[in-house]
Design a protein around this ligand. Structure first.
Ligand SMILES: C[S@@+](CC[C@H](N)C(=O)[O-])C[C@H]1O[C@@H](n2cnc3c(N)ncnc32)[C@H](O)[C@@H]1O
Length: 431
């Protein structure tokens, strides 16, 4: 049976130039969002009329993008390799500050994004006092995939009984959420987007999330909405993450209206395929480089580890899949043995994903493309992709936030209670 492979699609380029999101394109072209994604990924050929319409729109992109883009300033904290950077640049944001303490992640970040500011390291150096907080430039939006460093409020009652201050300054001291909260308190961005692992909600029987929510809502005065989202509808990977959006003004933003695309891509969309150009050191002469095939020793170890656990009645161990599958969550430890995502190979031991395939699995590259620069070792690249946010998920959230960000920027501070639809018509009236 002949196999079809995703090809680079011209439609995708036109769509990017037009500035339309897949959802907007599906509305304008009157086809399902799933169809749009199939056209983007080259799985099926777009109708010629649709291509013409998107081409016309892309030619008018200058005028369109002026209207679509908010031109707001944002800061990228715990930036990693810039999953949020890609998303917020795409909706017209201008990044004015980046903090990431890992040297190798900074190398990847700098290779992929234009920066008119220095990349700074440890964010804790900017939260010591008012003077250091002032070094962070003014911004409209703050984005942060803060590390999943859990904290417990178990010690709080003890501190309270000693007469210390209540609130996040006491409850979260020593955690990176504390630093984040200090920045929000000082700079009062109009909006923020935070990301963390799904278990944040259940950690310490829900107490950790309770403190976070109380801090953001009651102490810092934000209207927040959160949702656990599985990236599986954008990329062929199960990856559940919690996203928390906050707005300083009550503009009615809520995840209730957030919908996932009607799209279930399979691993074949991200795997190297024989039609692709060679890319050293990942893909040579139409084949994935041998170094990604597991050594006999490692494969034997993984097989016996799984058998041992199966005998005890649990399902720990490697996960073997193929081009028709959907992967488990790529983790930062993938470089160790690759066990969570192994690709079956006919007549051969399984292999790991290459870093390029990881870039596609995380949405840093579109399916079938190899544009994201990977200037670091495989070990570092796996770590970086495993820590990152899935770009198209972040983009979908950014696109949903965009009109609210525009509204927050456009309405005067003394008008807090205007419903968004009125604000939108005011913005439209002002061109
Ligand atoms: C969950 S990852 C976020 C990844 C990012 N969203 C992306 O798309 O690549 C958290 C990042 O925070 C960085 N980090 C941890 N502690 C930090 C600190 N104190 N200051 C600055 N960066 C820090 C880590 O190196 C890691 O890259």
């Amino acid at each position: 049976m002949s196999k079809t492979y995703p090809v680079k699609s011209n439609f995708n380029e036109l769509l990017e130039k037009s500035g339309l999101s897949p959802k907007e394109a599906s509305e304008i072209l009157d086809v399902s969002e799933r169809t749009i994604y199939r056209w983007i990924n080259g799985d099926s050929k777009p109708k010629s009329l649709a291509c013409k319409l998107v081409k016309d729109l892309s030619e008018k992109a200058n005028t369109l993008s002026v209207k679509r883009k908010a031109e707001f300033k944002y800061i990228d904290l715990f930036a990693g390799i810039g999953g949020f950077r890609k998303a917020f640049d795409s909706i017209g944001g201008h990044c004015v500050f980046t903090s990431e303490w890992d040297k190798n992640s900074r190398i990847t970040y700098q290779a992929n994004y234009q920066c008119d500011h220095d990349l700074v390291g440890d964010i804790r150096g900017f939260t010591q006092d008012e003077e250091s907080l002032k070094l962070i430039p003014e911004h409209d939006v703050l984005v942060a995939g803060f590390p999943c460093q859990p904290f417990s409020i178990a010690g709080v009652s003890k501190k309270n009984s000693l007469g210390k201050a209540h609130g996040f300054k006491c409850d979260t001291q020593g955690t990176l959420f504390f630093d984040l909260a200090q920045i929000i308190e000082y700079h009062e961005p109009k909006a923020f987007l935070l990301e963390n692992v799904k278990n944040l909600v259940s950690h310490d029987k829900g107490n950790t999330f309770k403190v976070i929510k109380r801090t953001l809502e009651e102490e810092l005065g934000y209207f927040i909405s959160h949702k656990v989202i599985d990236a599986r509808y954008w990329v062929p990977q199960h990856r559940e993450r919690i996203f928390i959006v906050g707005f300083k003004k009550d503009l009615g933003f809520g995840f209730d209206n957030f919908s996932v695309p009607d799209f279930n891509p399979l691993l074949e969309t991200i795997l190297h395929n024989p039609n692709e150009e060679d890319e050293l050191p990942f893909f040579i002469d139409g084949n994935v480089a041998d170094k990604y095939t597991l050594t006999p020793k490692l494969w034997d170890y993984l097989v016996s580890y799984k058998a041992k656990h199966r005998a005890k009645g649990n399902g720990f161990g490697f996960s073997l899949t193929n081009e028709k599958g959907v992967s488990r969550t790529l983790s930062a430890r993938y470089y160790k043995d690759g066990s969570e995502i192994l690709i079956d190979q006919k007549g051969k031991r399984p292999r790991r994903l290459t870093p390029r395939e990881c870039a596609r699995l995380m949405g840093f590259d579109n399916f079938g493309e190899s544009n994201f620069k990977i200037p670091v070792s495989d070990t570092q690249a796996y770590r970086q992709f495993g820590n990152a946010v899935v770009v198209p998920v972040a983009k979908s959230i950014a696109e949903m936030m965009l009109p609210y960000i525009q509204a927050a920027i456009n309405i005067p501070d003394n008008q807090l209670e205007i419903p968004l639809h009125e604000i939108e018509s005011k913005i439209a009236a002002n061109g």
